[in-house]
Design a protein. Sequence first.
Length: 117
Amino acid sequence: MDVMKVYEAAKEAIDYVRKEGQPYFLEIDTYRYQGHSMGDPERYRSRDEVKKWHEKDPIGVFNKYLIENKIASAKKLGEIEASVEEEVAKSIEFAETSPEPDMDELFKHVYVEETNA
């Protein structure tokens, strides 16, 4: 849940693999803030649990890191966030106004199709 810790761990893993020629396994914890679906009542976790994980939100933690290390200002990060929100809104509008694909497209590119070559 910490971008910089993941970066450092990945860098270490890459250096090891390049030097030793051996595999390296990274286990990275993350947290799903919302249920599995819109019908998921999320009765399996407490408000305190969700609050605890929100305090470790990777975007907030990384924003704080960028500001504290004078890599970016809060204003610049706000501009980036607004730009991303606009792009996402446009993408949603495009998806919602696009025609439905034909049913014969349903299984295309799902499985590898063998060819007799």
